[in-house]
Write a protein that binds this ligand. Structure first.
Ligand code: SF4
Ligand code: SF4
Length: 166
């Protein structure tokens, strides 16, 4: 019948007019993320790290650089290596999380941020000092102990090294 197609088209328009918008007016409006989100800044606990470099060995892109010297102290292992350099070049990171999976001491976690835009690639390297000073909001990805506590890095408080272990 003539005009039926137009009526159907208008019905689709009217139906969608009533729906809640799915777009988010970022950056005015914050994007809601899952607690398991694999963000870019990483959360690292020097107190838990032995300097074993398993994370660096397992990174398929070789973008974690670790330099250590004997004489550090790890809360779980006693004597360990002190970490002098712990750089992560997140400009090349693909957020696979293998480094986090490889860490046997729950010292390294994915982060929850996504706003680390920079003008130069070199500024995308996270240094050991930056990792030490960063607010600790670990992603719960590959960390069932955090999921068991229903921790949410977006809404929960920052966690200390004592709170993130198994
Ligand atoms: S998330 Fe993947 S690519 Fe990024 S540093 Fe870890 S292992 Fe390497
Ligand atoms: S973060 Fe974990 S895997 Fe990497 S050096 Fe420290 S203890 Fe080893």
């Amino acid at each position: 019948m003539y005009g039926l197609g137009i009526a159907k088209g208008l019905l689709v328009t009217l139906t969608n007019l009533m729906r809640k918008p799915t777009t988010v007016q970022y950056p005015e409006e914050a994007v809601t993320q899952a607690p398991r989100f694999r963000g870019e800044e990483f959360t690292w606990y020097v107190e838990r790290c032995t300097g074993c470099a398993s994370c660096a060995k397992y990174c398929p892109l070789g973008i974690i650089r670790i330099v250590t010297h004997p004489g550090g102290l790890n809360i779980q292992e006693g004597e360990s290596y002190a970490v002098d350099v712990f750089d992560i070049d997140i400009g090349r990171c693909m957020f696979c999380g293998l480094c986090v999976e490889a860490c046997p001491y729950d010292a390294l976690f994915m982060g929850s941020g996504f706003e680390r835009a920079r003008y130069r690639r070199g500024e995308l390297v996270i240094s050991v000092e930056e990792l030490k000073q960063a607010e600790k909001r670990p992603s719960t990805w590959f960390r069932p102990q955090l999921e068991a506590k229903s921790y949410n890095p977006q809404t929960g408080k920052p966690l200390s090294w004592e709170e993130v272990g198994r």
